[in-house]
Design a binder for this molecule. Sequence first.
Ligand SMILES: [Zn+2]
Length: 297
Amino acid sequence: MIEKNKFETVICNLCGKDDYNVICKSHSKYSRDIFNVVQCKNCGLIYINPRLNTQKSIEGYKEDKKTIEYYNHLWNKRVNEGTFLIKKYLLKNNTGKDLAFLDVGAGTGAMMYSAKKLGFTTIRGFELNTLAAEHGNNRHPYGKISNIDICNSKQVSKVNERFDVILCHHTLEHVYDPDSAIKNMKFLLKERGLLCISVPNTDFFIMQMIKFFRLDSKGVFDPSAHIFHFTSKILDLFLKKHKLKIIVSGPLFKTKGHLNTFSQIFNNKQKKIFLPITCSIITVAQKNTVNNLTKRS
Ligand SMILES: [Zn+2]
């Protein structure tokens, strides 16, 4: 029996068109549901359509009791990743002053801890999972984690602080409206502030490998959780749409954790296959309203 209102159909989040090709089917890891992985014919964005109902998904994230366990398990890895990202991409022009940091999709606060160690003075996190946020606030009280939905402009408009750096690490592929999420993160940036987004890499080659090895049946796309799939080009288009100045864009090397994202696909038969690809991409963009205005005049 089909559960009423379990699914919803959506238009392209990047260009607003409703014209797509179905690339493949993908099984959910968590249920018997099968989803369409589709690609917009106009702009190339890859997304799940139809997908799980947004409201139900949000409730699912809020109440998921396994999340704390998951984030605790990943704590050290996330601290290392956060330290790496902040040092390499986000501190260059920002030393020697009071700095404000926001982690979107903060979990229990591991990357906030990295920011603390690296000298940020104001540290905040947004996390939909109420239990993870509460756990983080109790255990690691160096910055507050709030249950703010980054796609919800009404909630975001009530935040009074503005940030020098906003980190959104492996979160954008989960949110139901990346376009609003980016708009809202830009709103929260200070003038010349930096937005750093990293997501799994879903370039054409990976898609072809997945199709060739029929890996979709193993839930590679995680279609009930990863509802958008990005390439560098697509991620940059999102940021340019919001007039953010792109400073860094491309594959994300170095951190071990990222490289596991897709190598796990090939571990089903205890085989590890080296792939000459990177599994994460990163874009760092700057809010630069003053320069935009100067150019126009
Ligand atoms: Zn599109």
